[in-house]
Design a protein around this ligand. Structure first.
Ligand code: HEM
Ligand SMILES: *[C@@H]1O[C@H](CO)[C@@H](O)[C@H](O)[C@H]1NC(C)=O
Ligand SMILES: *[C@@H]1O[C@H](CO)[C@@H](O)[C@H](O)[C@H]1NC(C)=O
Ligand SMILES: *[C@@H]1O[C@H](CO)[C@@H](O)[C@H](O)[C@H]1NC(C)=O
Length: 364
């Protein structure tokens, strides 16, 4: 996609602005993959501006990713590699819990676009002058945690030069952020061995990353095309128990939303600043726990895509997780789903599009 066209789309994305637009569901149409709020008109919904609705993403299920070639303890020859990442992440999250949320989301946005290859960290792409993933509508002005990854990479280059990939640093960092934000309840081994990619294109982001206005069927299709199933959609969505969201994405006008929360959100979003952010979990905003599922059932989640989990096929698992807050069921299954997500389309040996980057923001 040409840079100019992308810039136009980014403007359209930010046109969400100010007082939350009055609109209750996407009426079945998809604007920029669900990253832009459709506008109600007589007789239905349209996309804003001259935007043409996105085609529905076809269900093209892939087999579950196996992560062949990855293994736990991959960096035996740099025995402190994972400890170095954990230290950098713990320090960053202690200072600012939102960084932990940022790192978990960064991993998701990396893995879904061209696999877990750190393509989301590249400031430009090999072989193209088009903008890279970080400038795509789901990512721009939104992703955070880049500085934490860079700090970990710098520490690793000092300890074991040219050894640890940025893709693995992101995987370890997401795991460590989960550990810290859950107060140690989510504790798991993350396999390593990923290589870094060299290609990164903003235009690919909205095809594969579900947005806040994406309907559940399309979200399931997007996950299925990465080999993830409906259960993974439910289990991984629990990450929305930490971090924040910008006002333009939230649907505080949903008629079923808890009225107290809806009023509070409208107040906080009144400034009209497109980038004002509110916490996702109004009860335990900085703890990675199963509160999200209780919030789904209490009509106290921010996105249409969250609220949609409270329906037929996904409801039973939401209920199980919501009821198990003192157990460990969601925590255990979230850990397994993060490992599975970390297996998506990995590059496990050096090649034309796979290397150990020297600096995470630039291909070698
Ligand atoms: C299922 C479909 C999903 C949709 C539609 C979705 C959508 C969103 C949106 C719109 C935001 C707010 C971004 C902003 O305001 O700039 C957000 C934030 C977040 N998402 Fe998701 N997401 C999904 C799945 C996931 C998954 C699978 C994970 C990780 C496992 C995840 C982790 C997060 C986190 C941690 C944040 C907060 C980030 C921060 O505070 O910096 N999301 N998501
Ligand atoms: C929000 O975005 C709209 C559309 O791009 C723009 O006209 C407006 O000035 C922005 N408002 C703020 C406060 O940034
Ligand atoms: C990408 O950015 C790097 C660092 O700024 C630069 O050296 C390289 O030439 C750029 N590549 C392209 C294709 O623009
Ligand atoms: C909405 O949330 C508030 C604050 O947590 C709570 O006191 C109230 O009972 C909730 N209302 C409904 C209808 O669930």
């Amino acid at each position: 996609m040409a840079a100019a066209k992308l810039a136009a789309l980014t403007v359209a994305l930010l046109a969400f602005a100010g007082p939350v637009a009055s609109q209750q569901d996407s009426g079945g149409i998809l604007c920029l993959g669900g990253w832009v709020r459709p506008i109600p008109v007589v007789g239905g919904m349209i996309c804003p501006g001259n935007m043409i609705p996105s085609p529905k993403i076809d269900p093209k299920p892939s087999p579950a990713p196996t992560g062949a070639g990855l293994r736990v303890g991959y960096y035996n020859s740099c025995p402190d590699a994972e400890g170095i990442v954990r230290k950098v992440v713990s320090d960053a999250v202690a200072k600012e819990p939102g960084m932990g949320a940022g790192l978990i989301r960064l991993f998701f946005h990396d893995c879904f676009v061209r696999g877990c290859d750190a393509s989301v960290l590249l400031v430009n792409s090999s072989g193209s002058s088009d903008p890279s993933e970080m400038f795509g509508p789901p990512n721009r002005d939104s992703l955070r945690g880049f500085g934490v990854i860079d700090a970990a990479k710098a520490a690793l280059e000092a300890a074991c030069p040219n050894a640890v990939s940025c893709a693995d640093i992101m995987a370890f960092a997401a795991r460590d952020a989960s550990f810290v934000l859950s107060n140690g309840r989510i504790n798991f081994a993350m396999p390593g061995g990923r290589h870094d990619g060299r290609v990164s294109l903003a235009s690919e982001t909205t095809d594969v990353l579900p947005g806040p206005f994406t309907d559940l069927q399309t979200i399931k299709n997007m996950f299925a095309s990465k080999g993830l199933d409906t259960k993974d959609v439910v289990t991984l969505s629990g990450a929305h128990t930490v971090g924040h969201a910008r006002c333009g994405f939230i649907s505080s006008d949903r008629p079923d939303m808890n009225a107290t929360l809806a009023r509070d959100l409208r107040n906080k979003c009144r400034s009209g600043n497109n980038n004002t952010a509110v916490v996702q979990d109004y009860k335990t905003p900085h703890i990675l726990d199963s509160q999200y599922y209780q919030n789904v059932n209490d009509n106290a989640v921010l996105f249409q895509s969250d609220a949609a989990l409270s329906s037929g096929e996904t409801q039973p698992l939401v209920d199980i997780y919501a009821a198990d807050s003192s157990g460990n069921r969601w925590e255990t299954e979230f850990a397994a789903a993060m490992v599975k997500m970390g297996n998506i389309e990995v590059k496990t040996s050096p090649g034309a599009d796979a290397e150990i980057r020297k600096k995470c923001s630039i291909y070698n």
